[in-house]
Design a protein around this ligand. Structure first.
Ligand code: SF4
Length: 407
């Protein structure tokens, strides 16, 4: 039977030393790679015959993701016989999510609550993912009396603190992010403030921002504005009333350069409208791990390379931005795993522009002369998948796994 509503928070600590020792060994066994560590130690390059692979200096699991996975594994160890649920996905990586499914950790819908939430009981454990969850979901889980294991990343919580502060001060949050991304949904719920009366507007593209800026300076069609940003504003948002004082924050995994451009454009529009920038506040909330991976890719791109492989889940925001950076410089393929490298000339990959997985023909790997391949991965990609990609590149070029291990 579900517990009566209004139960107290039951956050549980699953990080006991004995449990963590076992969990860390399991996690290492599932996701670490000796080959990746070896290449890292060799300065990020492995070269055999006419084939060279360069790894970015920073890639793969970030501290927030490592912590979330550890806590999910620990939950199963501490509660071997309880039902364990997860709000959505722990992170955006199919391999990691598959492992959790095997541990009988059941994913609940994150877009909207359904009857599964009504069926939760005091004996159930609910894991909150690294992205966090909207306040309404947290309230529901708590009202069912469940035990919660909260893996929300500290960097995401820093953004929540900022937007809560904006709401308290009567400032509308402009959130740079994807309106249908778990983290942005969670952040937006905090931007409404503790009393729920605060306002926010989610913008994704520079086009969105230019539209908002024109509205700030010249006014415009209110109905059209609300239609354009349908699903991306707080309840009761009115562009004629709630665009007076603005604070910009961002989803932690956005492209740094784009976020800065958005800040500049909003500031300039307010200066133009008001004659000063006093109605503008900003806090850069891109997380350190996202920044490091973007910076490391810029460094990697200074090397001479024929192609770039970006490994990761197609719904991973920070991975997507790595692809965008790479595409500007050289042929770039966004692959979910080494299996996407079908043959020397056939690659299955995600096309960001078509928003779908496609099958492409490329002669880069099949060329007789030397081939140099760059590889990077987002914060949600485990090292074992990166190892698979390295091995597959060499294998397709006629170089065995044993040769790679011995190199
Ligand atoms: S990408 Fe950044 S915000 Fe997301 S889990 Fe990793 S460290 Fe935290």
């Amino acid at each position: 039977m579900p517990a009566a509503p209004g139960k107290k928070k039951r956050r549980v600590n699953v990080r006991t030393p004995e449990v963590m020792e076992r969990v860390q060994a399991e996690v290492a066994n599932h996701y670490e790679s000796s080959i990746v560590e070896k290449v890292r130690a060799a300065g990020g390059v492995i070269s055999i015959g006419k084939t060279t692979v360069h790894l970015a200096k920073q890639f793969g699991f970030c501290y927030g993701v490592e912590r979330a996975i550890d806590l999910a594994y620990a939950s199963r160890r501490v509660f071997p016989d309880n039902r364990i649920f997860l709000i959505g996905e722990i992170i955006h990586n199919p391999e990691v999510n598959r492992q959790l499914e095997e541990m009988n950790i059941v994913s609940l819908p994150w877009q909207a609550m359904n009857e599964q939430y009504d069926d939760l009981t005091e004996d159930d454990v609910v894991i909150v993912p690294a992205f966090g969850a909207p306040i309404s979901f947290m309230d529901k889980v708590e009202s069912q009396g469940c035990m919660t294991v909260d893996t929300t990343c500290g960097d995401v919580m820093k953004v929540w603190k900022r937007v809560r502060g904006f709401a308290k001060a009567g400032v509308t949050s402009i959130i740079h992010g994807k309106a249908d991304h778990e983290e942005t949904r969670a952040t937006a719920s905090r931007a409404a403030g503790d009393d729920g009366k605060g306002h926010y507007l989610i913008v994704l593209t520079l086009d969105d921002v230019d539209y908002v800026c024109r509205y700030l300076v010249e006014g415009g069609d209110r109905g059209e504005f609300l239609e354009r940003f349908s699903g991306a504003t707080s309840e009761g948002f009115d562009p004629d009333q709630h665009l007076v004082e603005l604070g910009v924050a961002n989803q932690t995994t956005m492209l740094k350069s784009e976020t800065e451009e958005i800040q500049n454009r909003v500031r300039k529009a307010l200066e133009l409208r008001d004659g000063h920038a006093e109605n503008f506040s900003v806090f850069d909330t891109i997380c350190g791990a996202t920044q490091e991976r973007q910076d490391a890719l810029f460094e990697l791109l200074k090397k001479e390379m024929d192609m770039l492989l970006v490994v990761g889940g197609y719904n991973s925001s920070n991975t997507t931005h790595l692809v965008e950076i790479g595409e500007k410089e050289l042929p770039t393929f966004f692959i979910r795993s080494a299996d996407c490298l079908i043959s020397l000339e056939e690659i299955i990959h995600f096309d960001l522009h078509e928003k779908t997985e496609i099958n492409s023909t490329s002669k880069i790997l099949s060329q007789e002369e030397s081939v140099i391949v760059g590889i990077t991965a987002g914060a949600s990609c485990p090292s074992n998948l990166i190892e698979d990609a390295i091995l597959k590149v060499f294998e397709l070029r006629g170089i065995s796994g044993d040769q790679v291990s011995a190199a």
